[in-house]
Design a binder for this molecule. Sequence first.
Ligand code: DP6
Length: 329
Amino acid sequence: MSVPEAAAATARANVNVALVKYWGKRDAALNLPAAGSISVTLDGLGVEARVRFRRGTTDRFVIDDAEASGDERRRLSQFLDLVRAECGRDEPAEVETRSTVPRAAGLASSAAAFAALALAATRAAGRRLDARALSVLARRGSGSAARSIFGGFVEWQRGERADGADSAAQPLLDAGAWDLRVVVALVSSARKAVSSRDGMTHAATSPLYPAWIEGVARDLTRARDAIARRDLEALGLTAEHSALTMHAVGLGAEPPLLYWRAATVECLHRIWALRAAGTSAYVTIDAGPQVKVLCDPAGEDRVRAALTDVPGVERVFACKLGGGAEVVP
Ligand code: DP6
């Protein structure tokens, strides 16, 4: 097949933090979640991906200046196979990604990477998918990437169909419509021992897993209502509950799964103390030891101060809410 001239495109997307967690799949091959989830997209923490289809024999991936190999390369290449199938193309691609998530941020950038890649690769292949179709595609790379197609508050639907066509994210509220901060306490920048993918597979063997999945529906309703009312307390309490019960599931597995370090627990207590003293701030924790705190702009400095001197916290930084995936001209 001949390669058209404009076979290159660049796009960027931001990471997101789930407030109602995705933790369990109904189909691992298609990355279909066992329940819905709700997230916020963060400003300034993103991945830019450039994709160029060209003559040649194999795909090539350069991630932050280093050539990808092994499992990482395989996963990216399989994702491009989906794009090629969707767009009716068969040439290999050259992909370069650059992350603006600080190297030591301890924040997984795969959601931003697959969202940016879905947009850049389909444009490079000459197709303009709508945001929903992009979300379905990005999901195949990494479940949480489905949400990074959109900015602000986002809900990813579980969907019912076996082929996953109805498991896409959709925006709930624009980033500009509610001024909030997410303060991140970086507890460890070391590579985590158990990826979120492996962690959620193992957690599904826990006797607590069925109760967790059953509880997600209630958390989703509460979070959706709280976002509609801009009610930080209701949203924050729901987010904290979702995160803590997600981690409880892992504790019940055999062998147990625990991502926390001592500093993680201390950060939790600091935020609870701050809250008891009148600051509206709420914790969420993903598949790692980092603590993320949702608060309003007026509380940001107090939250930073409360976390900065916790022994074991390497760094504290704050983000505003960010926008969705976009093509870079
Ligand atoms: C704890 O999206 O990384 O961050 O679909 O297997 O790629 P895969 O998993 P991934 O899992 C994210 C898990 C989480 C919670 C969340 O983002 O909702």
